[in-house]
Design a protein around this ligand. Structure first.
Ligand code: PAF
Length: 278
């Protein structure tokens, strides 16, 4: 696996593959590589001839007081794991390549980007949409793969690609979980031993909501139940538990199309998000 740090080097490599009629997949990451990322790489390797991964901790998607400074950074460990899983090329640009002096453009997905996570992290989705738009234009892959763990991010990226006519398929890959149900996340590293024991209650509670709504329970009543169940389990705060339409993330109409239950809750310094299908 080669590591490139400039857009020119990245394009030279991808152009050679394209010239030989080969397909290219993109797995964008911020590092902290875990089995969830490796599932994205495997899905890319299964579908496409070549896999490009990116490693860039994107400052534009962190708000003031968030964990940009402490986000896990271990390029050597991360690149070893990506290479072992079959990545052909790693694009690990410095910030000056992604956002050179004078950089001024932001991509905003209105509506979808300002609800749920967007209501609590106002610049998050425009930061994500901006960096993903750049990565897509830099690599020009046939497909890009994103984890369903960040379900709203997946929908925001799909909307952006549709709206901007970016010629790429966006593929969602199911969440990878620990045996006790906790969704894998780079931020799980922040949990203390005691918090780690409480954390699986998030998936268990969302699964219980999904099951109850499927059986005919009132979504809003189950959302309120879930908030108090999470607090009783030991979470210190619940930002939201929401039963939503699985495509638009707008209000869920019982029995009409796929639904999704999404939540964000706080354990000490860590904010966990998760979601399950209805
Ligand atoms: O999900 C992530 O790790 C990031 O939001 C992404 C998609 C790599 C953009 O920085």
């Amino acid at each position: 696996m080669d590591i490139v740090r400039t857009v020119a080097d990245l394009r030279t490599r991808v152009r050679a593959w394209r010239g030989a009629g080969e397909t290219v997949g993109l797995v964008p990451t911020m590092g902290g590589i875990h089995d969830g990322h490796l599932a994205l790489v495997r899905a890319a390797c299964d579908r496409l001839d070549h896999t490009v991964a990116t490693l860039f901790v994107n400052p534009k998607q962190f708000g003031p007081g968030e964990d940009f400074g402490s986000y896990p950074r271990d390029e050597e460990g991360d690149s070893g794991r990506l290479e072992a899983e079959g990545v052909d090329l790693l694009f690990a640009p410095p910030e000056s390549v992604m956002y050179p002096e004078g950089y001024s453009t932001r991509v905003e997905v209105a509506g979808l980007g300002s609800i749920l996570e967007g209501a609590f992290r106002p610049d998050f989705f425009s930061g994500v949409a901006t960096v993903v738009a750049k990565l897509l234009l830099q690599v020009l892959p046939d497909a890009a793969l994103f984890g369903e763990k960040d379900f709203q991010q997946l929908r925001v990226v799909q909307r952006m690609v549709l709206d901007l006519d970016v010629p790429v398929e966006i593929v969602g890959v199911p969440t990878v979980r620990e045996p006790d149900g906790l969704a894998l996340s780079s931020r799980n590293l922040y949990l203390s031993v005691a918090e780690r024991e409480i954390a699986p209650a998030l998936f268990a509670t969302l699964s219980a909501v999904a099951e109850a709504v499927r059986a005919g329970a009132e979504p809003e009543e189950r959302e309120r139940w879930a908030e108090s169940a999470l607090l009783s389990a030991g979470f210190e705060g619940v930002d939201y538990v929401a039963v939503r339409d699985g495509v638009t993330l707008g209000p869920y109409a019982t029995g009409q199309g796929p639904g999704r239950v999404l939540a964000a809750a706080r354990l000490g310094k860590t904010r966990l998000i998760d979601n399950v299908a209805l």
